[in-house]
Design a binder for this molecule. Structure first.
Ligand code: ADP
Length: 159
């Protein structure tokens, strides 16, 4: 359906915490991009969640990581992902699946977003070489002063 916000374009939202963005996230963005005219990579601001990196830092890393991809926009948002989709004229949400645990929880969220706003979720399987990478594990490595440069995009500079 054509909406004023979409201008007839095929738009998708890729929501997440990106605390921090990893090469797994970046791979999903690159693989999803050919399917859409525009991809909005969106950091959800969840006031009850504790993050390792402040929102401004996570957003700056996202923007720097995808600055060479014209179809990608990085933003932050408050509230429901489904509402962001309507606001942005996005009919699709993109999510990555690493394992069956991801699949179990993502399925319910996808069905709820469809029930709420008619938004379809497109799942891309993590590539085998990225299936073990998560922001949680990267944070654990950082907390223990390990080198994470192999798991995060070049734009993510850590002291
Ligand atoms: P959230 O807190 O919403 O799960 P994340 O930043 O952890 O946010 O993940 C955002 C999305 O990226 C999720 O769909 C997640 O499954 C996907 N993702 C995370 N890591 C990877 C990876 N290594 N490969 C593929 N997809 C991934």
């Amino acid at each position: 359906m054509k909406t004023p916000a979409s201008n007839g374009q095929r738009i998708a939202v890729f929501p997440g915490s990106f605390d921090p963005v990893t090469i797994g996230h970046a791979s999903i963005v690159r693989r999803a991009l050919p399917l859409f005219d525009r991809l909005v990579v969106a950091i959800g601001e969840n006031s009850t969640k504790r993050y390792m990196f402040p929102l401004e830092q996570r957003l700056a890393w996202l923007k720097a990581t995808f600055s060479n991809l014209p179809g990608v926009e990085a933003i932050s948002f408050k509230g429901l992902t489904a509402d962001l989709c309507v606001e942005r004229g996005a009919k699709y949400i993109v999510r990555g699946l690493r394992n069956s645990t991801d699949h179990g929880s993502e399925r319910s969220i996808a069905l709820m977003n469809h029930a709420l706003r008619g938004v379809e979720t497109i799942f891309l399987p993590a590539l085998p070489e990225h299936a073990h990478i998560s922001s949680t594990i990267v944070r654990e490595l950082i907390a223990n002063k390990a080198d994470v440069s192999a798991f995060v995009p070049d734009a993510v500079r850590l002291p």
